[in-house]
Design a protein around this ligand. Structure first.
Ligand SMILES: O=C1O[C@H]([C@@H](O)CO)C(O)=C1O
Length: 521
């Protein structure tokens, strides 16, 4: 899965067993999915050029499992997670850290490094969630019960009724996560978000953070008090333990972009040699207002490629696809759609269907290249909320340069436009620009950043706003591009790009067997 060969390249083997186990990450006991007994799962460490082999035993008994190696292509911080139904929500997640080969160094210095994954946590099972989402009336998952920091949170057990017996506030599994630092030292902290729903603000009380990496790309450093992080994103920040060393400090994750009832996630930033379990003497910082888009956009705009590490984008694109994000209805069921088409996965894998020309497997007419921007009012609920569903895919010309503009709109109820993190498989894209309101195809491309755009694999689209990306369709295959909110993808918020499948050699026989891909040719 890591593709850059180097002289020192190694093959690193991992043996995983994936199973359901009872755990109490926020003190409330429920079934979670573990890898070798852990959630988040083991961190995969590699050096650039290594080959990783993961031998996975699926002990889920009644479910398949699919793991997505999210963003992998070069040194940096990445994630892995389940990509099958709502399995990610159950905790089947982890981090991938790719280091540079010997003799090559990062363009910043630090004394030591740490890593954390941020998640949101629900007490309802994913089966109940899925059932609600697929019902009339619509059963929305609502706000999560907890926010976890490296798999640990703290639910207030005293708020429970008959389920109180499942909650134990003194269970050591839900003691706060502790990050111990030595006064005066500088740390590289890798942060990944694999929330199912929420956009987060992350901060360490009293400490600034210098952002140096985003989704595996070096960032022109900038300083923040709180970092906004969307599901599917990774960042590295530098933090200096430069505050009064006589006490501990709060680490806080907080929901933004939704009017949430979820309490903030708390962990302890422990100055050695203070007692790691001593709560800081202060009230945790309250963080930014959930509905203030300005500081979020400011962080987006500040995230640029680092000088000396800029990969300039092609100055022109061969094709522009505008994707309008809407919440719709299909036969009375609530769905999410792109250009009025709600995505449905066919039973046969696309890669095999395209390669073997199994035309009956999915809808062969291309999905829409845009929407009727002259007549569609993005600031109000759709006048016709009904969408259609399709399995069709975008065929991209191999090695062409493609621009994607993701346009946000009002959801089904008035005065509601959500923030969506969009994630592309198989590629990094340049982030060309962000804007408020309706994208103007004549004026807005003139403002694109052609100088130092960052290469990312996940990007946020703010309420009633747009985000423009550019990528080279140079990775033969079939690639998902989707909202990284687990429930939105489940409800159809995604598209599929295909490029250069004819260039692929014989597909491995082991991937045949599903749907109409019955026999290996
Ligand atoms: O997909 C969603 O559905 C709900 C709401 O729009 C309808 O209940 C919500 O907040 C979402 O993000």
């Amino acid at each position: 899965m890591l593709s850059v060969p180097s002289a020192e390249a190694e093959i690193r083997y991992h043996k995983w067993e994936v199973k359901y186990e009872y755990r109490s990450p926020d003190c409330y006991q429920k079934l979670v999915i573990t890898i070798n007994g852990q959630t988040p799962g083991p961190t995969i460490e590699a050096q650039q050029g290594d080959t990783i082999v993961v031998e996975l035993k699926n002990s889920l008994v009644t479910e398949n499992v699919a793991i997505h190696w999210h963003g992998i292509h070069q040194p940096g911080t990445y994630l892995y997670h389940a990509h099958y139904g709502l399995q990610r929500t159950n905790g089947l997640i982890g981090m991938i850290q790719v280091s540079l080969p010997p003799g090559v160094s990062e363009p910043y210095t630090y004394d030591d490094e740490k890593s954390i994954i941020l998640t949101d946590w629900y007490h309802e099972s994913t089966f109940e969630q899925a059932t609600g989402l697929l019902s009339i009336p619509f059963g929305w998952v609502n706000e999560p019960q907890s926010l976890l920091i490296q798999g640990k949170g703290s639910f207030n057990c005293s708020t429970l009724g008959i389920e109180a017996g499942l909650c134990n506030a003194t269970n050591p599994e839900c003691s706060p996560y502790v990050m111990t630092v030595v006064p005066g030292k500088t740390y590289k902290l890798r942060i990944g978000s694999l929330t199912s729903l929420e956009a987060l603000s992350f901060e360490i009380e009293g400490h600034n953070m210098t952002v140096v990496e985003a989704d595996g790309s070096n960032v022109e450093p900038f300083i923040v008090k709180n970092l906004f992080i969307y599901s599917g994103e990774t960042y590295s920040v530098l933090i200096k333990a430069d505050q009064a060393p006589t006490r501990n400090y709060w680490i806080v994750s907080k929901v933004v972009a939704r009017p949430s009832t979820t309490p903030n996630g708390l962990a302890i930033f422990n100055y050695h040699p203070n007692n790691p379990t001593t709560s800081p003497p202060t009230v945790p910082p309250v963080g930014p207002a959930w509905n203030d888009v300005e500081p979020r956009l400011a962080q987006c705009q500040a995230t640029k490629a680092r000088q000396g590490y800029i990969t300039p984008p092609p100055h022109k694109s061969d094709r522009v696809i505008v994707l309008l994000n809407t919440q719709n209805k299909i036969n009375g069921y609530i769905r999410w759609s792109v250009n009025n088409v709600s995505f449905n996965l066919p039973n046969t894998p696309y890669l095999i269907a395209v390669k073997e020309k199994l035309h009956h497997v999915f809808n062969q007419s291309p999905p829409p290249n845009g929407y009727d921007h002259r007549h569609y009012d993005i600031f109000n609920p759709p006048t016709n909320p009904n969408a259609t569903t399709s399995t069709s895919i975008y065929k991209l010309q191999f090695d062409s340069t493609v621009d994607i503009v993701i346009q946000n709109a009002n959801a089904l109820s008035a005065n509601d436009s959500e923030t969506h993190p969009w994630h592309l498989h198989g590629h990094d894209f340049w982030v060309m620009g962000y804007g408020k309101g309706k994208f103007d195809i004549h004026k807005d491309p003139k403002k694109y950043n052609l100088v130092d755009p960052i290469l990312k694999n996940t990007v946020s689209v703010q309420p009633y706003g747009w985000t423009a990306l550019r990528f080279r369709a140079n990775n033969p295959g079939v690639w998902y591009f989707h909202c990284h909110i687990e429930y939105h993808l489940f409800l159809g918020m995604g598209v599929v790009f295909e490029e250069g499948v004819e260039k692929l050699g014989k597909l491995p026989p082991s991937i045949y067997g599903c749907g109409d891909a019955k026999v290996s040719p």
